[in-house]
Design a protein around this ligand. Structure first.
Ligand code: BJW
Ligand code: ZN
Length: 245
């Protein structure tokens, strides 16, 4: 059974009301400085500022629901995994890799997405890295770690930080072994995530991009569909399910 891999970025959550990063007017990086808010150095310089920004992001995401794009991807997993059930990573017919930290794919029913840039809801100690679980939304200062007294931070991947070894391994396995790689709602500017579709292309996969705008990936892909995730994915997923039947 041929395998299918999906890579998503912030664009897939745009129709759920979650701002993207690089949108010209409403993108987060148009209003906020990523060096202050999305680097370990920024957190150490002003932990309260960074903590409160992430608490605000969490409050936005808490109100959001998955849209037709998230739901179509969850449906695709169900259809493919029903046809070729396996618990073995190397033979999975479907892998979802998301750069998003918002958890909306899980909320839509995707079973085990590779969360390449971490998870907005989880926390860990900045000093000893011990997991700290979830923290209530009304906590306005970063809590102290009960083990070492260091400051608790969100478990997301900031610029200059490495992707977890497990996420890299699962993502590489998927892009190297898929026959179709669907890339949805990412500007394809942030590495190493942006290299994943290129690995799929080099391994011989068909790469399909869904994005209302052109990206650096567009000239390289097999098929480029200009439209939003919510508009395009329900029909495209029905087509892919029929192809894989
Ligand atoms: C729609 C839509 C709709 C709109 N439907 N689509 C050169 C080569 C390689 C690496 C580097 C390099 N120079 C610098 C680096 C390092 C850096 C990097 O890539 N920088 C680039 C910006 C140049 N990378 C890193 O630091 C990474 N780590 C690393 O490399 O480790 C190794 C290392 C360590 C130490 C020293 C040296 C090397 C880590 C990157 C971490 C990124 N973190 C963030 C924040 C996460 C936490 C949080 O959420 O706050 O991740 S930044 C932000 O960008 C977030 C996203 O996951 C990521 C990607 O953004 P995404 O998803 O593509 O969103 P947008 O907004 O950019 O695009 C949205 C798209 O949607 C657009 O195309 C729209 O058109 C489209 N769209 N509506 C469908 N309805
Ligand atoms: Zn600690």
């Amino acid at each position: 059974m041929p395998a299918l891999c999906v890579l998503t970025g912030a664009g897939i959550s745009a129709e759920s009301g979650i701002p993207t990063f690089r949108g010209a007017q409403s993108g987060l990086w148009a209003k906020y400085d990523p060096t202050q808010l999305a680097t370990p150095e920024g957190f150490r310089a002003n932990p309260t500022l960074v903590w409160r920004w992430y608490q605000w992001r969490r409050s936005v995401v808490a109100e959001a629901d998955p849209n037709a794009g998230h739901i179509a991807i969850a449906d695709l997993e169900i259809a493919l995994c029903e046809r070729a059930p396996t618990s073995d990573d190397a033979h999975r017919p479907f892998t979802l890799i998301t750069q998003n930290v918002d958890g909306l794919h899980r909320k839509a029913g995707s079973s085990d997405p590779v969360e390449f840039h971490g998870n907005l809801w989880e926390n860990h100690c900045d000093a000893c890295e011990r997991a700290a679980g979830r923290v209530a939304l009304d906590i306005e200062e970063p809590p102290a770690c009960p083990a070492c007294g260091g400051l608790i931070r969100p478990s997301v991947v900031w610029f200059g930080e490495t992707i977890s070894e497990r996420a890299i391994q699962r993502a590489l396995q998927a892009v190297q072994s898929c026959s179709i790689c669907l890339v949805v709602g990412t500007s394809s500017l942030v590495y190493p995530a942006a290299a994943l579709p290129q690995v799929a292309l080099e391994a011989g996969a068909e790469v399909i991009e869904v994005n209302p705008e052109a990206t650096p990936l567009t000239p390289l892909v097999s098929r480029s569909i200009r439209g939003t995730a919510g508009e395009v994915l329900p029909g495209l997923v029905a087509e892919l399910i029929a192809t894989f039947a």
